[in-house]
Write a protein that binds this ligand. Structure first.
Ligand SMILES: [Zn+2]
Ligand SMILES: [Zn+2]
Length: 392
């Protein structure tokens, strides 16, 4: 469907400002824009253009100015959320979802925004859409038991929408959003209540979300137990930072270098999920009993994020499992482990220092063996030939 209505000067300028990501100009234009849902010749609204550009600030300005988040006259039935999924900016997806964007709408080829994002490889947008929780689901606990302290509402909301699965990263986020000094009992109780509420939704149930709430509750419970142990205990562990101690436990390798402690703990979490008849529980148990069983962490990752994210994050930070980023740090000595930042590197050192030398040797060895003749420099080849001739 094309729109043949002539645009006013202001309307034209609004579309231009969005095209150029000109926030300042747009701010001066918006008070004069009478219809925030005006459509250009392709029946696209300013909001849809801004979403496609992936500009969060402009998207928010337009939403605040009254743009209809679900309006869709576009010829291929793309909504603003479809465009946001294509943009690759997960923050734009969240802004639109918070404004009430429907995630289940399909375009003319039957694809949801999430599917379109996945189709073009924007997995961060896929995660943002899949892990979205409406704010009212959280605000419910401001007035219902177990009560959520109002000061935590926004932070708790951010915490439960994370797509990270690695226990260390989840606990980093717990500290970042909620802090470890208080309210952990409430946080755990609400997560469990949300899990049970989700499982009782009948045909509307989102088992992935329910298991995720359960998983987060288990990890929060772990921190509560660890803190209790620390207050009761003695020695160095008593005064250690709880997150440091938790991370050290999680990353403790067995004799084979496997993370057996973490693996067993995560298995317990799956066992503790009491909805045994659910698809997600059966799927995880099947994967765990499979002969070619992968780690329990990967089983949970696949259950929560699907296969795609799992493959992309297989080579992540050695401490918290975050997927590769451009700014990763590498161990300068062995160069065989990568980290998000200095903090992740520091936390891994307790275990890594024991194998760093060996890894360094392995790396040097494979370097020595690696290049074949075709890769050797011309000069080196000449030396080799000379040596050979001398021997004859
Ligand atoms: Zn990390
Ligand atoms: Zn190293």
């Amino acid at each position: 469907m094309t729109n043949t209505k002539e645009l006013s000067e202001t309307e034209k300028k609004v579309f231009e400002a969005i095209e150029k990501n000109d926030v300042i100009l747009l701010k001066t234009l918006l008070p004069e824009l009478e219809n925030p849902n005006v459509m250009d010749e392709n029946s696209m609204t300013p909001l849809q253009h801004a979403a496609y550009k992936g500009n969060k600030e402009i998207v928010q300005l337009l939403l605040d100015h009254g743009s209809d988040v679900n309006l869709c006259e576009h010829q291929h039935n793309y909504t603003a959320l479809h465009f946001a999924g294509l943009s690759g900016n997960p923050a734009v997806c969240i802004s639109l979802l918070l404004a009430g964007a429907k995630a289940q709408v399909t375009n003319s080829v039957g694809r949801t925004p999430c599917q379109m994002a996945g189709f073009v490889g924007n997995n961060n947008c896929v995660d943002a859409i899949n892990h979205f929780v409406p704010r009212e689901d959280v605000d419910y606990y401001l007035t219902h038991e177990p009560l959520l302290p109002p000061i935590l509402a926004g932070k708790f909301h951010s915490f439960i929408m994370q797509s990270s699965v690695h226990p260390v990263r989840v606990v980093f986020n717990l500290q970042k959003y909620i802090g470890l000094s208080s309210h952990l009992e409430e946080v755990k109780a609400i997560l469990m209540a949300m899990r049970d509420k989700e499982m009782k939704k009948g045909p509307e149930v989102n088992e992935v979300m329910a298991f995720k709430f359960h998983y987060l509750a288990c990890l929060v419970g772990e921190i509560i137990a660890l803190k209790k142990k620390q207050t009761e205990g003695e020695g160095k562990k008593k005064t250690m930072d709880t997150v440091d101690l938790f991370t050290r436990n999680m990353l403790k390798p067995n004799k084979e270098g496997e993370l057996e402690f973490m693996d067993n703990l995560l298995k317990e979490y799956i066992k503790d999920f009491s909805y045994r008849e659910s698809m997600i529980f059966r799927q995880m148990v099947t994967s765990l009993t499979n002969e070619s069983a992968t780690s329990t962490l990967n089983v949970i990752k696949i259950a929560l994020n699907g296969n795609m994210s799992f493959f992309n994050s297989s080579q992540g930070c050695a401490t918290c499992g975050e997927p590769d980023k451009n700014y990763v740090k590498k161990c300068a000595k062995c160069k065989s482990v990568i980290y998000c930042d200095k903090n992740c590197q520091r936390m891994h050192w307790h275990w890594h220092k024991r194998e760093c030398d060996r890894l360094q040797n392995d790396a040097t060895l494979s370097e020595k063996n690696a290049p074949d003749a075709s890769e050797l420099s011309a000069e080196l080849q000449k030396v080799l030939i000379d040596t050979k001739n001398e021997g004859q």
